[in-house]
Write a protein of this length. Structure first.
Lengths: 476, 487
């Protein structure tokens, strides 16, 4: 039997606001435990939440970028459950009136045709703290730093049919969140987390199968592996005459397996009700238009502009707009050296090679646009050759050297004064009498050898064309 | 004149005039507290050292012109559910018996700016749940008029302290009558402000959409002066509202001539004690004599107020009280061996009966499958009550009615029958549901000599108007001037 996989995603993203959603504490990642904490985010008795308006603005930006309807009258609701990382024992979230609804993100379907992945809703909520198990004292400690960091939960429709669609959707969503400045989307730091709801059904069947939800997927690779594992597990189960149990499963990336965390029977009743401490938020048409007008350029818009205004091929624009870090480096470097195609080539070639060789994530890009522009400008001006350029770029990337100073300090510049070449070439001619006479006797291949000797004597710092031209002048 | 016989405003004037020292004023109250509070138990915590140090600082501030307000130097008692930095705030619950807040409630900051001196923290029903102060984990507060009787609740300690002259004024909180009913039972004045008029920041929440902090005093002017200190928009409370500043002068003018007062007929129906009904009707006659128009009108919506109130209040309460889980602060059971046991045992051992009853009720009405039948229906009733109140205010400037169906009960009488206790809230809860202001003032005594109270209910933010109406009444009567004899 042929099986079809059906998936939906719940993506949580931490917003790049400076302060938390309901208090003035910093949202910065890391920091000593319980230092970004106050009475409000630690849920002390008597405190009240105060809404950070930036969160609403970021949610609207995300909604506009994903073609959602924006809810005009927003309310928050309480989701009640006990857990030590949740100091109020309820999470302020949105159940009844999520801020964005009915959007989509376009992806490429199985047959290569364009396809829309529906976005059911996007809602605002607060993050919980972190539990740290201390094996030494056999106790569990709580760090409330993350408590109250603003989150958007982006819930898709069950429109995915392959892992490739899931990854493409996530890449596009991540680019949107990064380009709109809504989130830095660092999966390792948990600022982008995706849960996958997956079921299988015989191809052609319209009813959905029983689904499971997978959590703890910390990278795109983990997502791909977890999907493959879970789809196979369900299919095997069904083919053996078994049944899929509706449950939440946790992915273990080291072992490459997922295991059941809790079944539907254990599902909690969250007893949602409207949050009485926060008045409803009315969003006016003017607010939406103001945010629309001030929206940063989205990946698709950038691609179009790079093609139309900078004349870049589509292949280049796709790669450059796949990561905010590439866009930032590209645009800033172009502003300094005005040669878009060269900049694109250097980023897609050398810079990406260095990122991968040093296992550096694009968002942690160590190379400055100034350094990249300096290297490109020196190569274009003929001051250094391309090979030297690569060496200098690597130094700038790994050690942060200033390319111009480095070239000067290591005497790597090309000899541009042609009169300085002649004495060196005279020496080469004198030292290679045999080859010179062969050349003069008509064996033109001998010129290759002489040329090699000349470049060696010049340590590669002279433009080869000029050297050859001069040698012909001197010998012909 | 004895310091404790002065109203808060009289004491404030004497302090500013230099005839009474700030320390002297506080000391005379501490002496009375030491002499009488062992019997009445108005206070959970007495802050003598802090208060005397603060008194000296305020005295200096008055001399330097830093404190010029009408209540500068005047002592005050604070209900034990208002957070006070460095001073334990127990909500009269075992679960918070050792909880010391790290911050001051907004109202405390306002009192500090006004130069007031806190005497201590006042007893209450546990987490403000109850109308007798018997649910307190720290012990019962006794009614100063008859120690065998309850003072009302939940702000029973506050009302009893003002009546017993163990505090000139106090701050209480009112979720369903918790300022007005004890004020009525103890023969003092108490104001439940418009929802949003006073910041709730630092008030340990019972039912967030209904809770309001308000003043209790010996007359309406004291309440007005204290309300003027604490009211106003607070950026820390999103539900506090921008509104026109309260005018003490308008409240103190005491004008009632030409006003139209409505009395809901349903406030005088079944269940009301004849003496209470008569006292309210007598007050109506006083108002007529003062030049107001008084009319009885039907308001059948009253019957939905109690079920709607208990559903909404308990739903919010069960969520608000979930944070007391034995993990971060407060009581944590020493008998627990796992996380789940810590939750269950800390809460089972830390909360009292009435609180547990309301938590269970709240969880029930919010449960999936019951939400629409209870919580949503209660919200519908809330909308209808608000509309009925709007309609009434199109015809009348204010409403008049009793505060409670009876005078103060005997200790132990209502605790055995919670439903009866809930029904006693019939005249007060509707005001919280509608979010409007109401003021309780003394309006007579029973044949046993127990105080009776009435309430004036105003339009949103019309505190000055109902205070003025009550001032007019107090100018014509002297019920509010009677003191109980302490034992």
């Amino acid at each position: 039997m042929e099986w079809e996989i059906v998936m939906g995603l719940e993506v949580h993203t931490e917003l790049a606001t400076k302060t938390k959603i309901f208090c003035g504490c910093s949202t910065e990642f890391g920091g000593e435990a319980n230092t970004h904490v106050c009475e409000i985010c630690s849920g002390m008795p008597g405190t009240l939440p105060l809404l950070n308006r930036r969160v609403v603005e970021f949610a609207i930006r995300t909604g506009l970028a994903t073609h959602c309807d924006i809810t005009r009258k927003n309310k928050f609701d309480r989701k009640n459950y006990f857990y030590p990382d949740l100091p109020k024992a309820y999470q302020i979230s949105q159940l009844y009136f999520p801020i964005c609804r009915n959007g989509y993100i376009p992806v490429t379907g199985a047959d290569g045709a364009p396809k829309k992945i529906g976005i059911h809703e996007i809602h605002m909520e607060e993050d919980a703290g972190k539990l740290i198990h201390d094996a030494f004292t056999d106790s569990t400690l709580v760090d409330y730093n993350r408590c109250g960091v603003p989150l958007l939960e982006i819930v898709s429709e069950p429109d995915f049919r392959s892992a490739a669609e899931v990854i493409e959707y996530l890449e596009k969503l991540r680019a949107i969140l990064q380009f709109t400045g809504v989130s830095d989307c660092k999966m390792q730091e948990g600022s982008l987390r995706a849960d996958v709801n997956l079921s299988v059904r015989p191809k052609g069947q319209t009813a959905f199968g029983t689904r499971t939800e997978m959590k703890n997927l910390n990278s795109f690779r983990a997502i791909q592996r977890a999907i493959a594992y879970e789809a196979e597990r369900q299919i095997e189960l069904l083919e053996d005459g078994g049944e899929v149990v509706q449950e939440t499963r946790r992915w273990d990336d080291n072992k490459g397996i997922s295991y059941a965390m809790r079944s539907k029977e254990d599902a909690q009743d969250y007893k949602y009700f409207p949050e009485p401490d926060l008045p409803p938020i009315e969003i006016s048409e003017e607010t939406i238009e103001r945010i629309r007008a001030s929206m940063p350029e989205l990946p698709e818009q950038k691609k179009r502009r790079y093609t139309e205004e900078l004349g870049l091929p589509e292949y280049d624009t796709s790669i450059l707009t796949s990561e905010m870090a590439y866009v930032k480096l590209f645009e800033a470097t172009v502003a300094l050296c005005d040669s878009p195609k060269d900049v694109a080539n250097w980023i897609m070639g050398e810079v990406m090679k260095l990122l991968s060789a040093t296992a550096t994530l694009p968002e942690n890009m160590p190379l400055t646009p100034e350094a990249l522009a300096a290297v490109i400008n020196m190569v274009r001006a003929g001051k250094i050759n391309r090979g030297t350029g690569k060496t200098v770029l690597e130094k700038a990337f790994c050690d942060g050297v200033d390319p111009e100073q480095y070239v000067a300090a290591h005497n790597l510049a090309q000899i541009t004064d042609l009169s300085a070449l002649r004495p060196v070439l005279e020496e080469v001619i004198a030292a290679n009498e045999k080859s010179v006479s062969e050349y003069k006797a008509g064996r033109t291949q001998a010129m290759g050898y002489i040329m090699g000797q000349a470049m060696r004597a010049l340590k590669g710092k002279a433009p080869a064309q000029e050297v050859q031209k001069l040698l012909h002048e001197m010998l012909d | 004149m004895d310091i404790r016989d002065m109203t808060a405003l009289e004491l404030g004037r004497a302090i500013r005039a230099g005839s009474v020292g700030v320390r002297e004023a506080a000391e005379s109250y501490f002496a009375a507290i030491e002499a009488h509070d062992a019997l009445y138990h108005c206070y959970n915590t007495v802050c003598k050292d802090e208060a005397l140090a603060r008194a000296d600082e305020v005295q200096k501030g008055i001399a330097e012109g830093r404190f010029t307000g009408a209540l500068a130097g005047v002592p005050i008692g604070i209900k034990d559910n208002i957070c006070t930095k460095g001073i334990r705030t127990t909500c009269s619950s075992k679960i918070l018996e050792n909880f010391v807040p790290t911050y001051d409630a907004t109202v405390m900051q306002r009192l500090e700016k006004a130069g007031m001196v806190m005497l201590g923290k006042l007893n209450m029903d546990e987490f403000a749940m109850g109308s007798t102060t018997e649910t307190s984990a720290t012990g019962i507060t006794h009614n100063p008029w008859d120690p065998d009787r309850i003072p009302g609740g939940s702000s029973g300690g506050a009302a009893a302290a003002v009546a017993a002259r163990l505090a000139p004024v106090a701050l209480g909180s009112d979720t369903g009558g918790s300022i007005r009913q004890p004020a009525s039972f103890c023969g003092v004045s108490g104001l439940k402000p418009t929802y949003g008029a006073v910041s709730r920041y630092g008030l340990v929440a019972y039912a967030s959409s209904l809770d309001q902090i308000g003043p209790l005093g010996r007359n309406t002017d004291d309440c007005a002066a204290l309300f003027a200190v604490i009211e106003g928009k607070d950026p820390m409370d999103g539900t506090s509202a921008d509104h026109e500043t309260f005018s003490f002068d308008a409240a103190a003018a005491g004008e009632i001539r030409g006003k139209k007062i409505g009395i809901p007929a349903d406030y005088l129906g079944e269940g009301i004690a004849p003496e209470v009904k008569q006292a309210v009707l007598d007050a109506a006659e006083v108002y007529k004599a003062l030049g107001a128009e008084v009319e009885i009108f039907p308001m059948p919506i009253v019957k939905y107020a109690i079920p709607a109130y208990y559903i909404i209040a308990c739903a919010e309460a069960c969520s608000n009280l979930s944070r007391y889980d034995g993990i971060k602060y407060g009581y944590s059971s020493p008998n627990a061996e796992s996380l789940l046991e810590t939750y269950i045992r800390s809460r089972s051992e830390g909360f009292g009966m009435e609180v547990k009853r309301r938590i269970m009720l709240g969880n029930f009405v919010l449960s999936s499958g019951y939400y629409d039948a209870y919580y949503n229906k209660a919200l519908k009733a809330k909308r209808l009550i608000s509309k009925a109140m709007d309609d009434a205010f199109r015809r009348y400037d204010m409403l008049l009615g009793p505060v409670a169906p009876t005078a103060a009960m005997k200790i132990g009488e209502s605790l055995s029958d919670p439903l009866k206790m809930y029904l006693g809230d019939i005249y007060t809860v509707m005001i919280n549901i509608a979010g409007v202001p109401a003021l309780a003032v003394p309006c007579g005594f029973t044949s046993d000599g127990l105080p009776l109270g009435m309430q004036l209910i105003g339009k949103p933010y019309a505190e000055a108007e109902i205070l003025a109406a009550a001032k007019a009444y107090q100018s014509a009567t002297d019920f509010h001037k009677k003191f109980p004899t302490l034992q």
